[in-house]
Write a protein that binds this ligand. Structure first.
Ligand SMILES: [Zn+2]
Length: 396
């Protein structure tokens, strides 16, 4: 019976995945056509949907609910969550066009095939099946924009979910994990700090304000904090390394050896194991900037400035002692290995709303963001099987 359903849904999954790959939904560009495609597919099944948008209405999130044959009040539903954006891909280096799905060796190649349009395709292919069942709890489809650029879309959708008082009990984030249950990941905070000083002749350093030199002091302070973070390692941390890390990724500043640099930018990141570490670092570094560095710079040049640009703050996804969502996936897949990963997802955002959350989806993170990204047929079939079994848990 179940095998038949998989055999039936699988060609449809491939067809949908091919269509999804064709939408060039690179983060920061419009995903509206893709969202409308998904919306229509769910609409004909009687799904109730709402959309939320970015400020310019260029990008949309879709939240859509299928209640099956009965009328349900929406309580306790299960969210199947996927992001619709992909990282950029140029034709260079790819064996085939990244935005044309290519089937080869029981794999489907294309940008987003594993991260994470494969999961979205599985959920859409089974939506007609879900809609025919006597569900006890609704199934929600959450498709967001701009996850790859620090989860900008999901918070907009979640705010509306809260406004509408839609209470969901479980969320499955279908990022590529080879269908294993992932129970935690670190946060990922990204910043650019911009220093503006005063240019001048290199022979008279005291007459200018050297942005690079202040950036250097700033970096030294961050390195001091990095040592502090190690000492703050929480007991029983599930991560490797077990403490919050801090790293400088790029410095850009100055124009020539003999010119005082009036501009410098430091790109840095923080990967908190606990939320408090993020607060700790930001409070101390902000205070250092405002109380020490800025007054010093402004003594010589009052218009000197230091500005912190928040690129994104993906909050961590914390391990729960008894996670309903993680246990559910382990039951469905028969695989009890509960793992942690080092990449960020939207999971922490759903968890923050009190929804028990797990990350589990088809494909491997090793293929994500890479040239010749692919997802294997087997992984897609395992995902279909998991979703069909999920239906059995919530229907009569
Ligand atoms: Zn992803």
């Amino acid at each position: 019976m179940q095998k038949n359903i998989i055999e039936e849904a699988f060609p449809e999954t491939l067809k949908i995945l091919s269509e999804l790959i064709k939408f060039k939904t690179i983060s920061g560009t419009s995903n509206i056509d893709l969202i409308e495609y998904c919306e229509k597919k769910l609409e004909v099944l009687g799904a109730k949907s709402f959309k939320t948008f970015d400020d310019k209405k260029l990008r949309a999130n879709l939240f859509s609910t299928i209640s099956g044959k009965k009328k349900l009040n929406g309580e306790g539903g299960i969210i199947l969550s996927g992001h619709t954006d992909v990282v950029p891909a140029s034709d260079n280096g790819w064996t085939s066009n990244p935005f044309v799905a290519t089937k080869k060796n029981d794999r489907i190649y294309g940008r987003g095939s594993c991260d994470m349009k494969g999961f979205i395709a599985c959920t859409l292919a089974l939506a007609p099946y879900f809609s025919r069942q006597n569900l006890k709890k609704p199934i929600h489809f959450s498709y967001t924009y701009d996850e790859e650029t620090a989860c900008q879309g999901a918070p907009v959708m979640l705010r509306e979910l809260k406004n509408r008082k839609i209470n969901c009990s479980i969320c499955i984030v279908g990022e590529p994990t080879n269908m294993k249950a992932i129970q935690a990941h670190k946060g990922c905070y990204e910043y650019s700090t911009h220093f503006t000083g005063l240019a001048g002749h290199g022979s008279a350093p005291d007459k200018g304000v050297n942005a690079i030199e202040y950036a250097n002091q700033f970096i030294n302070k961050l390195m001091e904090l990095r040592r502090e973070l190690k000492k703050r390692e929480p007991k029983n941390s599930v991560f490797t390394p077990p403490y919050t890390t801090l790293q400088i990724g790029r410095i850009k500043g100055g124009i020539a050896r003999n010119v005082i640099a009036d501009q410098c930018t430091v790109d840095w990141e923080l990967r908190p194991v606990v939320f408090e570490d993020g607060v700790f670092v930001n409070q101390i570094i902000d205070k250092y900037v405002n109380d020490i560095l800025l007054p010093e710079m402004r003594k010589t040049y009052p218009e000197s400035n230091i500005k912190k640009e928040v690129i994104g703050e993906i909050i961590g996804f914390n391990k729960e002692e008894e996670s309903e969502a993680v246990n559910l996936i382990c039951n469905l897949t028969g695989d009890n290995s509960k793992d942690v990963v080092s990449f960020g997802t939207e999971a922490g955002l759903f968890q923050e709303l009190g929804i028990s959350t797990v990350v589990c989806g088809p494909g491997s993170i090793a293929q994500a963001h890479k040239i010749d990204e692919y997802v294997s047929f087997d992984e897609l079939k395992l995902c279909l099987k998991m979703l069909i079994d999920l239906k059995d848990q919530i229907s009569n």
